[in-house]
Structure formats: structure tokens, C-alpha cells
Design a protein around this ligand. Sequence first.
Ligand code: AMP
Length: 249
Amino acid sequence: MKILVAVKRVVDANVKVSVASDNTKVDLSNLKMAMNPFCEIAVEEAVRLKEAGVATEVVAVSAGVAQCQETLRTALAIGADRAILIETSTELQPLAVAKLLKAVVEKEQPGLVILGKQAIDDDSNQTGQMVAALAGFPQATFASKVTVADGRASVSREVDGGTETLSVRLPAVVTTDLRLNAPRYVTLPSIMKAKKKPLETLKPEDLGVDITPRLKTLTVSEPPKRAAGVKVADVTALVEKLKAEAKVL
Ligand code: AMP
């Protein structure tokens, strides 16, 4: 079975971002970029399924600017076998990415498609669900455990107050939650090995997909600044303030 894993290049989770002066976007110039953390979990899961003998090949795919190659090389260093870059400098929205991924699904015919549950830059949580709908595949989102056997995937999901387990027929779409696994540390030898793995570059036109943005961002603003705190002399003063000022008691 072949597994297709979608990986997105996003601003590094440890970087503090700020809004551009025209309030239309987050300013990403000169910021450290990295693989979306949920996508790292997706690659790790696919590679573990291959190591367990369930999958035979792991193909990583990313859509975006040429620098997404670096993200794909990271996926290859974790253990993916080959990579596909769908290169474009047009801003990509979830529906466009889903259409591109659906076209890659048709070309590659994977048994399982794994995506992150959300990208930490746009927080959309849409792409996996849209790929499943477009490809006509069952979906199991927010996976915290995945087992594959007899043409089906059993996927546990954390829900309010417990765990829900779904059984989906393959091919299917699975999106990863935080507790699915802890991605491995990428070693220097694996980074060197990844440089030699195949990376194919396609354009959206090659896949016959229209990626024109359909949504327009009106404004982006910073959260309100927090007011400075005060020190209270003792518990009595704290209780008084909670009653009189915060009005929470
Ligand atoms: P989102 O729906 O934007 O929150 O993204 C959810 C998941 O879809 C990500 O974790 C990726 O697995 C996948 N994805 C989103 N955008 C891209 C992209 N440009 N290239 C590859 N995968 C993507």
C-alpha cells in the first residue's frame, strides 16, 4: 500500500509573528519557516506504517513556493521515499490545496492519505475533509491512534470525555492529532540520505487545477495588549479586588 502525506511549509511554531503595517496579513519576511507540526506527525505515522510492513511506499507532497522543497526534504529525512512539489507563488487556500491533492491522489492511487488536522498558520482545519469529499474517500479526522488491517483503517479520536474509534474502508483520508505519535529526531545521516531521494516538481496547470483564491482577507489585527497587573498586599486585599473590581466573587 502506498501512503500519500501532505506537508505544509509554515512559519516556525516558536517564532513570534507580527501583523504587516497595512493590516492585510502576517508579516513573514525573514522569518524561520518549518514543517507544520501536525504534518510532521503525519509523516512520522506514515513512516511507522511502512516500518511495520503495512505500507510499501511513502510519498510526501507539498504545494507552494519553491522553498517548500526544504519541507519536503525534511519529510524525506524522516523516512518518506519520494516527494512531489506542486510549485506556485499564488496564495493557496484550503480548497485549492484540496483540489491539487485530489489530482495527485488520482495520479498516485494511494491506499491512505494522511494530512495534519490543521495548519498552524491559517488554522483552517479544512483541507483533509475537502480532499476526502473531492476524492469520494471516507475520512477519519483528529486521529490519536491508527491501525491498518484487512483493507480498513481503525482510527481512534479523542472526543469530549473519551475516545471514539472509527473503522474506515481504504482508500481513506486520515488527519492527525497531537497525541498520535512523537516525531523522531532527524539525524544528520538521514538528512544526507534525503538529498538523494527523488523530488518531482509539478505546476498546478500540469494537474489541470484552477487555484484562483476564492476568499479575500479583509483585515488582520493583533490581539489587544494585556493591561499591566498589580501586586496585592495580602489575601484580604486580593479577595476585595476580586469582589469589587473583577466582580468574579
Ligand atoms: P488546513 O486545512 O489549512 O488547516 O491544513 C490541514 C492540513 O492540510 C495540513 O496539516 C497539511 O497536511 C495539508 N495542507 C494544507 N495546506 C497545504 C499545502 N500548501 N501543501 C501541502 N499540504 C497542505
